[in-house]
Design a protein around this ligand. Structure first.
Ligand SMILES: C[S@@+](CC[C@H](N)C(=O)[O-])C[C@H]1O[C@@H](n2cnc3c(N)ncnc32)[C@H](O)[C@@H]1O
Length: 301
């Protein structure tokens, strides 16, 4: 690490280079792994600078308000708030999604769900797709963008999540194409006359076991919504309920596509075997080689 001149407090002034260096020092001290990169991102974000300017404009003197804003964001990050909540944004499937602590931050491995929905549904097909546990709406919105003829219904237990999801759909010009329903898993579909009509049900439900809560990173444990993460004592409770509830809504040959946690595939396969009406189609591994997606199909004609 370079020797760093502290930001001169009395003058209340600092150059861009000094602000980056001091931010990096504070982040580093707080145990943030990529302190250098995050310091650059924070300064870039506050000053709304193109990336190369944080390298070329190091002698630029920051206004006192800019310096105060940088310090404020660094302090939030030092307390382990995820950068995505600080910036209010996360990219998913090439689209920017607004996020706040009401919703889980979309994870890259969840893009696999969108990929496997898109594999089953052609761009020309008029289909009905339900995204259960929609959170920020990332899955429903990404599918709506990729499959312009599909009708989408997205559900969540949390009305605050649905508010964020609606904003994201409008932001990506698919607000008119998605129906948002508040409710407990597929209970939200009651009265919609969708029995036997749904071609794909996709879901990234909470799947962490209660006992694992304490082992999560502070960014997750202290800031992300517990209700978006914890399923119950086993971790597979919501998968089991979804498997039980989905059968009546799926059309024959329709698919239930579920994100799972590492090590859960076996338990979920056993649940599938105990419920009549499904055939196990596929287990998909993510880039890290971990079990990530289970696909089951509704049997029958
Ligand atoms: C793991 S997050 C997934 C969010 C988003 N689909 C994603 O992949 O980023 C789970 C979501 O399920 C919602 N949820 C939790 N329990 C639920 C339930 N019983 N019924 C409906 N939604 C539920 C939470 O509010 C949260 O938004």
């Amino acid at each position: 690490m370079d020797a760093v001149a502290p930001i001169p407090q009395s003058a209340g002034q600092a150059t861009l280079g000094e602000a980056i260096a001091e931010s990096r020092r504070l982040l580093d001290q707080a145990g943030i792994e990529s302190a250098e990169q995050e310091a650059l991102w924070i300064v870039q974000h506050v000053l709304r600078l193109p990336a190369h300017h944080v390298v070329t404009d190091r002698d630029r003197l920051l206004a006192s308000t800019e310096l105060a804003d940088v310090k404020g964001l660094v302090q939030r990050r030092v307390r382990r708030e995820p950068l995505q909540y600080i910036f209010g944004m996360q990219e998913f499937c090439g689209l920017e999604f607004h996020v706040n602590p009401a919703v889980l931050i979309p994870r890259p491995e969840t893009e696999l769900l969108v990929e496997y929905v898109a594999q089953r549904i052609s761009a020309e097909q008029s289909t009905t797709i339900v995204d259960v546990c929609t959170g920020s709406g990332c899955i429903a919105v990404a599918i709506a963008r990729q499959r312009p003829r599909a009708r989408l219904i997205a559900t969540d237990l949390s009305s605050r999540s649905l508010d964020v999801a609606r904003q994201n759909a409008i932001r990506h010009s698919v607000g008119e194409r998605i129906i948002w329903l508040e409710g407990n898993l597929l209970g939200a579909l009651a009265g919609q006359k969708l029995e036997g009509q749904v071609d794909v049900i996709v879901s990234n439900p909470p799947y962490i076991a209660e006992a694992d809560w304490a082992t999560l990173q502070p960014e997750v444990r202290l800031f992300e919504p517990r209700g978006a993460l914890i399923a119950g004592p086993q971790g597979t409770e919501l998968h089991e309920r979804l498997l039980q509830e989905a059968c009546r809504y799926l059309s024959p040959g329709g698919a239930l596509i579920l994100e799972i946690g590492a090590g859960q595939a076996r338990a979920i396969r056993q649940i599938v075997e105990q419920i009549s009406g499904y055939r196990f189609h596929r287990l998909v591994y993510d880039e890290a080689g971990l079990e990530r997606v289970v696909i089951v199909e509704r049997v029958g004609t």
